[in-house]
Structure formats: C-alpha cells, structure tokens
Design a protein around this ligand. Structure first.
Ligand code: AMP
Ligand code: ZN
Length: 119
C-alpha cells in the first residue's frame, strides 16, 4: 500500500487541514513554501494522467476550500501536480501541491541535459 493510502487509513500520521468522504488535505512534511499543503483523493489514483474527469470536477471545489482556509484565495497560490518520472513524481498517488504564503519564483527551470534528452 502506498504511503498516502496509509495516511488515508490512519496507519501513518498527518497534519490534516480538511477532509470529506472523497478527499483529504494535509501539510507537506517537507514544506517548499511558508504554506505547503498536499491535496489527494482518498481513492488510490496513480496520477493526474489517469484521473477521471469527474473526480477532478469534484476535487476542484475542495481545493478551492483549502485555499480559503489559509486566505490564499485572496493572496494567491501555486497549484502543482508532478506527473510521472520527468514530472518529478515521487509518490505514485495523485496529489496536488498548494504552495503559498510568499511570492513564489517563476519559472522553474528544466534540468538542461535531461530536458534535451527527453525532447
Ligand atoms: P512528489 O515529488 O510530487 O511526489 O511529492 C511528494 C511530496 O510528499 C513531497 O513534497 C514530500 O515532502 C511529501 N511527503 C512525503 N511523505 C510525506 C508524509 N508522510 N506526510 C506529508 N508529506 C509527505
Ligand atoms: Zn495510494
């Protein structure tokens, strides 16, 4: 079982922010911004590429509610999902990173050599 499924089942601890029957939001264990929340479906879906559109339709208002909890709806935030190897996905359970609480830099750079190899 993947570690996010273990969090859903309560077998691993998490600093939870919001949950309903279908989705869960919790603090990232290694924050990359002052506010760094992970938002997941409770069902094991590998990544965005394999996520049914209807799930995203229900997940969208949940994500927006998480933003309101931290007032990021007013100040702004970045929503990222790393998809697959080149996307840098390490945990193979769909998750969105919500990053905020400071002005974030943009753009992210692809690693040059890797980028060339994979064009
Ligand atoms: P990704 O590279 O997109 O798969 O992101 C995985 C994220 O999960 C990273 O930002 C990790 O810091 C975070 N993470 C790993 N284990 C845990 C955990 N037990 N609780 C909360 N966040 C975690
Ligand atoms: Zn899982």
């Amino acid at each position: 079982m993947c570690i996010f499924c273990k969090i859903v089942k309560g077998e691993l601890p998490a600093n939870k922010v919001l949950e309903n029957q279908e989705f869960l939001a919790f603090h990232d264990i290694s924050p990359k911004a002052p506010i760094h929340i992970l938002i997941i479906p409770k069902e094991h879906i590998e990544n965005f590429q394999s996520c049914p559109g209807e799930v995203m339709g229900r997940m969208t208002p949940f994500i927006q509610e998480v933003a309101r909890i931290f007032e990021l709806d007013k100040t702004g935030y970045r929503l990222i999902t790393n998809n697959g190897k080149n996307g840098g996905q390490e945990i193979m359970h769909l998750h969105f990173h919500m990053l905020g609480g400071a002005k974030l830099t943009w753009p992210y750079q692809a690693i040059e050599q890797e980028a060339k190899r994979n064009i």
